[in-house]
Design a binder for this molecule. Structure first.
Ligand code: NDP
Length: 390
């Protein structure tokens, strides 16, 4: 029986993971489930799965969590430190599905314990890839990618010699504005940016798909996780979203990973790895899909891809700066302070201002440094936005 924990259990990835775990209760013992504000869901899932401990990130919600778990014998805890302690509980496999930079410290704690980390939280590798990988190397922990593109690359590499890889191609649907005239993008509303043509995801990641900041994060993630050079990582627009990634080899062959757009495939692959087990995902009917199209992305439409190349080349703390500036620019877009196309220029301005600052150039990559650069980048993004308003 595999002992597992799910960090970010109440979110989209967390709930899909629970769906798979709940279908095979004889295979899994649930140690810890963590969540944020949705303590009702957290408590219900802890009770249904017989978890040992439930943790909310928010101290003020501890009384509610305790009340919901009363009489069950399930421990309740709250706060950032409690999240890290939950991540450290002895387990065989931990899902990292907290959203945003808040997922980094708990994920790192899992690796410090030498435990297998199924990594959905893309911000972890973007902000602190070398730190995570070095920790995993030191403790012998394994990182299994859960982002569908990275799971696809990981699967295509099974049994292959990595030195024979010439390139990887990450696909992108193109998001909500793929076919919009460029001059209309500045007028795009939050509601329009929040609707994805193929995947059903949370609002923030859906808007990040429309701007391609999500793909930019994935390029950086691929660079860190697989250690490919920036010019080996390509992006193609693939509107059908059934080919998740392709790996090209020195002999000219391309291995494509093809599957329905359902995150339970990538989650299930990581959950059952190294075995493959049947999963409750639809069988892909390729004849019904009919055609598979691929297009080169237009960098005028998707400038985030250009910024990602800069970050992949710079490395160090630039990933933390990029991610924090992007998160803050997105906050400002959602709040109506800037238009859709301003998000990339805000991020670019923050990158330009901070990447060459002395504290960035001389900084080693530790949790404290990442947190500091994250803080500085958010502040700078706020300044850039307020300067534009005045
Ligand atoms: P959701 O927003 O749906 O869920 C996020 C989870 O994190 C929830 O459990 C939420 O709790 C919790 N949470 C939010 N803020 C904090 C915090 N400050 N501290 C601790 N926990 C917190 O996100 P997704 O499931 O969509 O995504 C999770 C991660 O996986 C992201 O990094 C995303 O980029 C990545 N990813 C997602 C994919 C998808 O299809 N959704 C695909 C590939 C990667 P609560 O809801 O209770 O407040």
């Amino acid at each position: 029986m595999k002992r597992i924990s799910i960090l970010g259990a109440t979110g989209s990835i967390g709930q899909s993971t629970i769906d798979l775990v709940a279908r095979a209760p004889e295979d899994f013992k649930v140690v810890a489930l963590t969540g944020g504000r949705n303590v009702k869901r957290l408590a219900a899932d802890c009770i249904a799965l017989g978890a040992e401990v439930a943790v909310t990130a928010h101290d003020d919600l501890l009384p509610d969590l305790r009340a919901a778990l009363e009489g069950t014998g399930i421990e309740a805890a709250a706060g950032v430190q409690a999240l890290i302690e939950a991540a450290r509980r002895p387990a065989d496999w931990v899902m990292s599905a907290i959203v945003g930079a808040a997922g980094l410290a708990p994920g790192l704690a899992v690796l410090e314990e030498g435990t297998t980390l199924a990594l959905a939280n893309k911000e972890s590798l973007v902000t602190a890839g070398p730190l995570l990988l070095e920790t995993a190397r030191r403790t012998g922990a394994r990182i299994l990618p859960v982002d569908s593109e990275h799971s696809a690359i990981f699967q295509a590499l099974v049994g292959e010699d990595k030195t024979a890889v010439s390139r990887v191609i990450i696909t992108a649907s193109g998001g909500a504005f793929r076919d919009w005239p460029l001059d209309r993008l500045a007028k795009a509303t939050v509601a329009e940016a929040s609707s994805h043509p193929n995947w059903d995801m949370g609002q923030r990641i859906t808007i990040d798909s429309a701007s391609m900041f999500n793909k930019a994060l994935e390029m950086i993630e691929a660079r860190e996780f697989f250690d490919f050079a920036p010019d080996q990582i390509e992006v193609l627009i693939h509107p059908q979203s059934v080919v998740h990634a392709l790996v090209g080899f020195c002999d000219g062959g391309l291995m494509a990973h093809v599957g329905p757009p359902d995150m339970r495939h990538a989650i299930g692959y990581a959950l059952n790895w190294p075995a493959r087990r049947a999963l409750p995902v639809a069988t892909l009917d390729l004849a019904a899909v009919g055609r598979l199209e691929f297009h080169t992305p237009d960098l005028m439409r998707y400038p985030a891809l250009r910024l990602a190349r800069e970050v992949m080349t710079r490395r160090g703390v630039s990933g933390a700066i990029f991610n924090a500036a992007k998160e803050r620019a997105l906050d400002h877009f959602i709040a109506g302070h800037i238009v859709f196309t301003d998000m990339q220029s805000v991020v670019e301005e923050v990158l330009d201002a901070l990447c060459d600052a002395p504290e960035a150039r001389n900084a080693g990559l530790t949790l404290d440094v990442v947190a500091r650069m994250d803080h500085l980048a958010r502040m700078r993004a706020d300044q850039v936005v307020s300067a534009r308003k005045t």
